[in-house]
Design a protein around this ligand. Structure first.
Ligand code: GTP
Ligand code: MG
Length: 266
C-alpha cells in the first residue's frame, strides 16, 4: 500500500536528479527523519531526466514509506528547468530545493524552513561561506576556486555569501513574482533571487559534503552558460546602465584573478 500524503503538505522539497539512483534512498530517509524530528509534514519531489539507472524502481520502493513523487522528463534536460518542473508540481507554498547527491545536509532542511518563516524573510540560502559553514576537504581545490570566482562575479547582483549554492528555500509568492523565468545553466537560485526581487534574505551555514555516490554533471559548458546567465541577470537588474554593465563582471574577473594569484603566491 502506498503512503497517503497530506493533501496540503507544509513544505515541498524539490530535488533535481540525473543518474543519482545510488543516493536517493539515503537522501529520502535522512530528509524525512529530519522533518519528522522537527514535526514538519512535507512532500519530496524528485525530478529525473530519464536517467535509466534504476531511479524509477528505487523511488517506487520509497513511495511505500514516505510521500515521495517522481517526475521523469523524457523531452528536456537541465538542472534549472528540472527545478522549475518540480516547483510547478509542488502542492505546498513553501519550497526547499536541494541536490540529490547528499552534498547538502538533509538535517538542515528544517533550519531553512524555520528561517523562511521569520518575519519578512523572502529567501534562504544554505551557505558554505558563512562563518560557521564548511566544505569537506575532499572537495577539489579547482572546484573551490571556480566557486569563489563565480561568487565574486555575482556579488553586485545579490548580497548572499553563497549564491552558487543549490540549497535554498523560498515561498510561492516569490516564485510567482519572478515569472517569467528563463534560466540557462545551473544557477537557478540566482535567477529566482534576482527576478523574484528578493530583499530580505537569510542564511543557514552548512557543512558542504563531498558527493556521496555517482559522478558530477558539471561540465565546462555549464561554466560558460553561467557567464551568459550572469550577463542576462545584470541587464535585468540594471536595465538603465547597459553601457557600463560589462564593467562589473570585468572588474569582478580582475579582482578574482588577483585573489587567485595572491592566494597562489602566499
Ligand atoms: N534532472 C536533472 N538533474 C540534474 C541535471 N544536471 C545535474 N542535475 C542534478 O543537480 C544536482 C547538482 O549537480 P551536480 O552534478 O552534483 O553538480 P555539483 O554539485 O555542482 O558538482 P559536484 O560537486 O561534483 O557534485 C544533482 O542532484 C544532479 O543530479 C540535469 O540535467 N537534470
Ligand atoms: Mg553535487
Amino acid at each position: 500500500m502506498l503512503y497517503m500524503p497530506a493533501a496540503q503538505p507544509a513544505a515541498s522539497i524539490i530535488v533535481p536528479a540525473f543518474r543519482e539512483a545510488a543516493n536517493l534512498a539515503q537522501l529520502t530517509e535522512r530528509v524525512f527523519s529530519a522533518l519528522g524530528q522537527a514535526g514538519i509534514e512535507a512532500e519530496l519531489i524528485i525530478v529525473d531526466d530519464d536517467s535509466q539507472d534504476g531511479t524509477v524502481e528505487i523511488v517506487d520502493g520509497l513511495k511505500g514509506r514516505w510521500p515521495v513523487r517522481l517526475i521523469v522528463r523524457t523531452h528536456e534536460r537541465g538542472l534549472s528547468s528540472a527545478v522549475l518542473a518540480g516547483l510547478e508540481e509542488a502542492k505546498s507554498d513553501r519550497f526547499v530545493v536541494m541536490d540529490a547527491d547528499l552534498q547538502h545536509p538533509p538535517e538542515s532542511v528544517p533550519d531553512l524552513l524555520r528561517e523562511l518563516d521569520r518575519d519578512g524573510c523572502d529567501f534562504v540560502i544554505g551557505t558554505r561561506y558563512a562563518a560557521t559553514g564548511a566544505i569537506d576537504e575532499d572537495w577539489p581545490l579547482f572546484r573551490r576556486v571556480v566557486s569563489r570566482v563565480a561568487t565574486l562575479m555575482a556579488r553586485p547582483l545579490v548580497p548572499l555569501s553563497d549564491p552558487m549554492s543549490g540549497f535554498f528555500a523560498l515561498r510561492r509568492e516569490t516564485l510567482r513574482q519572478a515569472a517569467p523565468l528563463d534560466p540557462i545553466g545551473y544557477k537557478i537560485a540566482l535567477e529566482l533571487y534576482v527576478k523574484g526581487r528578493c530583499r530580505r534574505p537569510a542564511e543557514v551555514p552548512i557543512r558542504f559534503a563531498a558527493r556521496a555516490a555517482g559522478t558530477t554533471k558539471l561540465t565546462f559548458g555549464e561554466q560558460v552558460r553561467y557567464l551568459r546567465h550572469l550577463w542576462r541577470l545584470y541587464r535585468f537588474r540594471f536595465p538603465h546602465a547597459s553601457h557600463v554593465i560589462w564593467m562589473a563582471p570585468a572588474a569582478m574577473i580582475g579582482i578574482a584573478t588577483w585573489w587567485v594569484i595572491s592566494a597562489a603566491v602566499s
